[in-house]
Design a protein. Structure first.
Lengths: 116, 111
């Protein structure tokens, strides 16, 4: 149980375009979902926290107009990278919790974004 | 921001040897977790240790926690090539709002 999926697993897009990444909790209802970004050989950095039906809470330094997060249901959250640039190329990982406890997060497999 | 440091940054050992990774953090915590990440993949939860625990075991894994020194260690005994991965510690931010990850240790186990 407690499986989180992400789609797509990898995506290549051209600079200036937008790309949407989906995060789904497959067998549980996720009250809270988290989005992380990971650059090569670096750690995970939290970008934002989203609760179903509420606006996402962004970490300091993360542009909310560039990284649009929608948590429309208890099983789906989406991250849209708008007007992508090469520096947005990264590994994006989502996680979900049903308990609301941050130490009980289930992580998705990640999405590799390459902006050319 | 990252909670703390992990050392070593990279570790290369022979199969069968033990691997020890250390993690330090800055603020008071409720618990600390260790995760494994294979290259280009998501995170796998290994073990959680609460702030009132000093040591925990799970199979070939042994985790210690020293809250007075704000540090933790992960020991993998009798390592296997399949243990090759990056290992991260993560703590809550003290308010229960989010996880904060350490910089990670890249472990390579040579067969």
């Amino acid at each position: 149980g407690a499986v989180v999926s992400q789609h797509p697993s990898w995506v290549i897009c051209k600079s200036g375009t937008s790309v949407k990444i989906e995060c789904r909790s497959l067998d549980f209802q996720a009250t809270t979902m988290f989005w992380y970004r990971q650059f090569p050989k670096q750690s995970l950095m939290l970008m934002a926290t989203s609760n179903e039906g509420s606006k996402a809470t962004y970490e300091q330094g993360v542009e909310k107009d560039k990284f649009l997060i929608n948590h429309a249901s208890l099983t789906l959250s989406t991250l849209t990278v708008t007007s992508a640039h090469p520096e947005d190329s990264s590994f994006y990982i989502c996680s979900a919790t049903t308990s609301g406890r941050v130490y009980e997060q289930y992580f998705g497999p990640g999405t590799r974004l390459t902006v050319t | 921001s990252q909670q703390g440091e992990e050392d070593p940054q990279a570790l290369s050992i022979q199969e069968g040897e033990n691997a020890t990774m250390n993690c330090s953090y800055k603020t008071s915590i409720n618990n600390l977790q260790w995760y494994r990440q294979n290259s280009g993949r998501g995170l796998v939860h290994l073990i959680l240790i609460r702030s009132n625990e000093r040591e925990k075991h799970s199979g070939r894994l042994r985790v210690t926690l020293d809250t007075s020194k704000k540090s933790s260690s992960l020991l993998i005994t009798a390592s296997r090539a399949a243990d090759t991965a990056s290992y991260f510690c993560a703590t809550d931010d003290g308010y229960g709002n989010k996880l904060v990850f350490g910089a990670g240790t890249i472990l390579r186990v040579k067969s």
